[in-house]
Ligand binder design. Structure first.
Ligand code: NAD
Length: 246
């Protein structure tokens, strides 16, 4: 029996024209999900990817609250339902941890705005639709191993991801059983964000049991598993090729 398009679940993947987000969008589409591709800037790339995946594209700056809310509304305009929200968009800013003056309040505000408050706004806006999802709604936050251990590109970045890990657990407790909430916390992933991080690449090649950084598709595989695990909620799953063991 064929599944009508309207019966297929819909996922909104933020920041999905590059890196991890693009891999997640491609993987979910390959699994039969209708995907809303989103980016802040690269509209042409976003439209092309959405066309390729049979999905839709929406542009929005998630640093602007109204645009974040509008993103969910426009996703719903396209498909009339929303089953999965992947909060992937994020920013990083390399600042040595001991150089306290270099991590300015402006840096803190910007990192928290995009990495923590925007996912909160998106969860809030998406919640009524996620609750209506026939199979139960699912939120996956892409955080970082830096939000679990005292590591990462900067103190404000790591703190923003640690906060999102805790929001993940708090919301899982508050929203079950209608909506499951989990986080995938990667170590180094080979994406545009990390292309100049030579030392980190070397560390992963030398020290991680897997002897390489993750590929975006490795993260997408785990995100797909988390979405498909109907009993999994409140977990922060570190995906670092075993680096934490060394
Ligand atoms: P990326 O730079 O390819 O992707 C980040 C995406 O977020 C981009 O599409 C960007 O446009 C979007 N974005 C940033 N600010 C935005 C804003 N204000 N409004 C809308 N979109 C915005 O990098 P990536 O490595 O694929 O990162 C994806 C996520 O994974 C991020 O949350 C990042 O913190 C996290 N992460 C990455 C790594 C890594 O090693 N690459 C490790 C751990 C966690």
């Amino acid at each position: 029996m064929s599944i009508e398009a309207g019966d297929r679940p819909v996922a909104l993947v933020t920041g999905s024209t590059s890196g991890i987000g693009e891999a997640v969008a491609r993987r979910l589409a390959a699994d039969g999900t209708r995907v809303v591709v989103h980016s802040r800037r690269s509209a042409e790339t976003g439209r092309a990817l959405a066309a390729e995946l049979g999905g839709a594209y929406v542009q929005a700056d998630l640093g602007v609250e109204e645009e974040a809310r509008g993103l969910v509304a426009r996703a719903l305009d396209h498909f009339g339902r929303l089953d999965v929200l992947v909060n992937n968009a994020g920013i990083s800013r390399p600042i040595p941890h001991a150089d306290l003056a270099a991590a300015t309040p402006a840096d803190w505000r910007q990192l928290l705005e995009v990495n923590l408050i925007a996912p909160w706004v998106l969860c809030t806006a998406a919640l009524p639709a996620l609750r209506r999802s026939p199979g139960g709604g699912s939120i996956v936050n892409i955080t970082s191993h830096a939000g679990v251990r005292p590591k990462g590109s900067s103190v404000p970045y790591a703190a923003s991801k640690a906060a999102l890990n805790h929001v993940t657990r708090l919301l899982a407790a508050a929203l079950g059983p209608d909506v499951r909430v989990n986080a995938v916390a990667p170590g180094l992933v080979d994406t545009p964000m990390t292309k100049d991080w030579a030392q980190a690449h070397e560390l992963w090649r030398d020290r991680a049991p897997m002897h390489r950084p993750a590929r975006p598709a490795d993260v997408a595989d785990l995100v797909a598993s988390v979405i498909g695990s109907a009993y999994l909620t409140g977990e922060v799953i570190v995906l670092d090729g075993g680096l934490n063991l060394t």
